[in-house]
Design a protein around this ligand. Structure first.
Ligand code: DON
Length: 378
């Protein structure tokens, strides 16, 4: 594979205290899983040791919980945007549905350059509405019937678009009368891959917070996540990330929590055109949206689309978070005149992406420099 650009490689080595692992065991779990498949992890002695360790530290896992769990392969959510096909993550991630809903709404708008405050306003209003639907409708498909087709339909998007006031911000509380909350946390990882045959992978991986639950199963060398945070504990209480979710994502036995992860592959004429995704909790889908708009609407190169200043609106809290120091002040002032509340944030997302030039077929890997990472070809 040839890359359009090359980047200096940055390596970070993380070490865990010796009490967390032993040389005899550290590399074994992955080898066992490779040889024996998922059963090696969810059943048998690896499972016993995880359960034992979690219980020793006050947790309440059981062997049955693990044995009943397994990865599920699901069909991607499918949409189109200005002639491109968009394949997105299906529930229990909200990513694909929310992204396609926003793109459908924005298809009615001209988002080409110059990308002024009127266009940011439209984008934010699409975010507000799609994230409101996220909190109203989305959760674990094994427990919920979700109106995915309706939410991703062009007709619904047109009705949302016509409800947007082109001059000023809609009050999120006007969409629904509930309360918002506090802040976001960011430690997920996304990478994009394509091989010489054109097989593409968009992979977003999350432990939720930095180092997940910060617990390593003694002797096994891997961290346990703390994804339980992604559930809504109480329909009247915002999540620790400041997002607000309704009953569809209420915590319950055996349920999978609602995610925002949005690994995305965009096809043009049936062939991979863009592979992207991002960390960033509930802001993830908005980052992916803006990479797509950069490439498809704003005539940007992938490098420019990844670098472009980002905003995020998640319905509640009713505020636009914008990347500090990256936005033109007059755009920000004009958004305030439109009655948007603004809050700066150091950065949003980390969208390591690949663009496949439809003419030359060349692969262009672009790292997002907001955090760390690099593009590389083998
Ligand atoms: O699946 C989700 O939406 C969250 N667990 C993602 C958390 C996240 O992105 C935090 N790091 N940036």
């Amino acid at each position: 594979m040839r890359l359009g650009r090359s980047f200096s490689r940055r390596t970070v080595v993380l070490t865990l205290p010796e009490s967390c692992w032993s040389s005899e065991t550290l590399h074994r779990p992955s080898g066992r899983i490779a040889e024996q498949g998922g059963d090696a992890f969810y059943r048998g002695d690896l499972a016993d040791r995880m359960v034992e360790d979690v219980r020793r530290h006050g947790g309440n896992w059981t062997r049955e919980d693990l044995a009943a769990y397994g990865a599920v392969v699901r069909e991607p959510v499918h949409g189109t945007y200005r002639g491109y096909e968009v394949l997105g993550a299906s529930p229990p991630s909200a990513g694909g549905v929310v992204l396609i809903e926003m793109l459908n709404v924005l298809e009615s708008a001209d988002l080409s350059e110059p990308f002024d405050d009127a266009k940011v306003h439209l984008m934010v209003e699409a975010m507000r509405r799609a994230y409101y639907d996220r909190s109203r409708y989305l959760g674990d498909p094994d427990f919920l019937d979700m109106p995915v087709e309706e939410l991703t339909s062009k007709e619904y998007a047109r009705s949302l678009f016509t409800g947007i006031d082109l001059q000023k911000a809609t009050a999120s509380m006007g969409l629904h009368r509930e309360e918002g909350g506090v802040k976001e946390n960011m430690e997920t990882t996304h990478f994009s891959i394509i091989d010489r045959e054109g097989n593409a992978v968009a992979n977003t991986f999350t432990l939720e917070d930095n180092f997940g639950s910060k617990a390593v199963v003694t002797g096994l060398g891997f961290l346990l996540n703390n994804e339980m945070h992604d559930f809504n504990i109480n329909p009247d209480v915002p999540s620790h990330q400041g997002g607000f979710g309704g009953n569809p994502n209420l915590i319950g036995p055996g349920k999978r929590m609602l995610s925002s992860m949005s690994p995305t592959i965009v096809l043009r004429e049936g062939r991979p055109f863009l592979i992207t995704g991002s960390p960033g909790g509930r802001t993830i889908t908005n980052t992916v949206l803006q990479v797509l708009i950069g490439m498809i609407d704003r005539g940007m190169s992938l490098r420019q689309a990844v670098d472009a200043a980002r905003v995020s609106h998640n319905w509640l809290p009713d505020v636009i978070r914008y990347e500090a120091g990256r936005w033109n002040r007059s755009i920000l002032a004009n958004l305030q005149k439109r009655r948007h509340s603004l809050k700066d944030i150091e950065f949003l997302g980390d969208a390591h992406s690949i663009w496949i030039d439809p003419v030359s077929g060349l692969y262009h890997g672009e790292a997002d420099f907001r955090r760390m990472g690099w593009a590389e070809g083998f």
